[in-house]
Each structure stands twice: as structure tokens, then as C-alpha cells.
Design a protein around this ligand. Sequence first.
Ligand code: UDP
Length: 342
Amino acid sequence: MAGKQKRILVAGGGGFLGTHLCRLLLEQGHEVFCVDNFSSGSRGNLEHLEDFEKLTVLEHDVTEALPVKSVDQIYNLACVASPVQYQQDPIHALHTSAHGVNNLLQLALKNNARIFQASTSEIYGNPLTHPQTEDYFGNVNTIGPRACYDEGKRYAETLCMDYQRVHRVDVKIARIFNTYGPFMQPEDGRVVSNFIVQALLDRPLTINGDGSQTRSFCYVDDLIAGIHALMSSPRAVSGPINIGNPGEFTMLELADLVLELTGSSSKLVFNGLPKDDPVKRCPDISRAKRLLNWEPKVTLREGLEKTIAYFDDLLTHASKAQLASAQWSGNFQADKSRKAVS
Ligand code: UDP
């Protein structure tokens, strides 16, 4: 392996991004401590890693002091990221960001460890500039239903920079834009997983609002490469740095592409637009290109094809009980028979 083997703690390692990151670090030969409370992450997400002897999985909530004492690097990905899910327990979501980052920064300080903070495009709220550069301060409703996530992440950025100024902790902050790919949960509630699952089951695609709102979707492999490039950059590069794909699509365009790629005949149904749902979102990634020599490579079409194949396999092997479970019932019908997409 290139470089020295490190002891690396990945908080939120059982989540969608975490499981991809753990694999990369294990393949590089590092010792990985995956810490997760499995509220939105899943143990199933880690099954593909069970042959790696250097993986330790610890069921633990980052709002409590960490069970690992000696580390070289820390990645903080711990927080429920889906609006539907974090709004089910907004207080815990806020505490996860606030207390979690504090506990992890304390650990970084004690170990003189480099720490990565997964920040978010939600820092920009419903942005009034477009595309969003890192020096835009954002437009966040501090008392709205999304604030538990947005403000938690803003607090985390602030605390990271204060630990850097006061204690000289080596921090790295990425603002992650919408990401998709294998290991998203079918019940996640995000638009990409919802549309794919709905299309595969010939259920109506649920469009919020009139579908003209935009998002910029980054395939997970590109995102993980960006995070890793930031974590490997010189100490002076602490960010924040936008990591995302600047290809911008309306939700109607996304729905059309999912229908085309799945060959589904699902119809569209239109629901109300959730409160404070951003109208536009697109990253300016000039800083990432310049400082990290990073930019995404996977087109939305290519990434969706891979993601659809993943969900198709997942649904083909899902039991009737899973399809009928309360969590999955938003997207599934228990008695729905379906054919695999070829
Ligand atoms: N959305 C949608 N249908 C769904 C789920 C989400 O139209 O079934 C919309 C949602 O209102 C938002 C966009 O898709 O405008 C992206 O939502 P997501 O939750 O994936 O990400 P975020 O809002 O956090 O960017």
C-alpha cells in the first residue's frame, strides 16, 4: 500500500457514503473503525466488507464520548441526511451534528489527528446566488423544518474552524451536494431512490411541487474520490470545498431519465412542495478543481444505470415481509409482483 497504515475512525460508516468510504480505506490497507448507531445506516451495508480483517464495527451514537481512544484520522459522516428521515426526530438530528462533531474534535485534539467534516450544500439553504460558491453565506430559515439539519451542519463547520484557530486541529471540510448510487436505502426518502424504486415497481413517481426545482447529482464514486482527495491534501487546504457534480437537472428531467432507463410505464403524481425546499441547487466546483485537481467523471445517465441495477437486484431479492413493512410501504405494495429489469 502507498504510505503508512493508519488507524482511521469513520463515524457514520454504516451509511450510504460511509460504506463506500470504508471499502476504499480498507482496500488501501488501513485499519478502520466504523462507528454507527444504525439509525439510518444499516449492518447490511457492511456485509460486503466482512472479509476485511482490519474492519471493526462499533454500534455507538456519536453524541456520546467515542469508544476508540487512539486514531490517526477521523471522518465525520454521522448524521441522518434525508429530509424525510431527519424531520422524524429533528432534535436528535441536531444533537448528532452538534455533540457528534464536538466529541470527534476532542478525539482529534487528543490524538493530533486529521479530521474530515462532512458538511453540506444545505449550508446555502434556499440559495439566492447561482451556482453556489463557498464564499456565499447562504439563505437558511433558522426555525424551519430543515433547520435541524442545516443549522447543525453550520454549527459543525463553525466548531471545526474554531478548533483549528484555537487548538490548531487539522480540519478538512467538504460541502457535499446531492449524491446517489448503490447502498442508498430504498426507504431513504431521497428523490433518486424514490423514483428508481417507484419506477421498478411500476408505482407512480412522486413529484414534489411542479418538478421544476433543480438539483445537481453526483455519483457516489466521484464523491468518495473528492473526499479522499481533500483528506490527502496539504494541511493548509482546510476548506470548505464544494464537492458535487455541476450538471443541473429539474426533478421532471430526472423522472423522465429514470423512466427511460428502467423502461417503466409509471405515471407521475404531483404532491405539494415541502416547506423550505430549495428551488435551485448547483455547485461551483472551481475551488475543488484548483486545489484538489478533482472533478466528477460519471454522467447522470451512467450513474443511474448502475444505481438502477443495484436496486433491481435488491428488490428482486426482497421478501414479501420487507416489501410490506411500514418503512417500505411508502414506495411498495406488498402483493405487487414484478419482473426484473434486464
Ligand atoms: N422530491 C420529489 N419526490 C420525491 C422525493 C423528493 O420530487 O419522492 C424532491 C424534493 O422535494 C426536492 C428534490 O426532490 O425538491 C430533492 O430531494 P431530496 O430529498 O433527494 O434531496 P434534498 O432536498 O435534500 O436536496
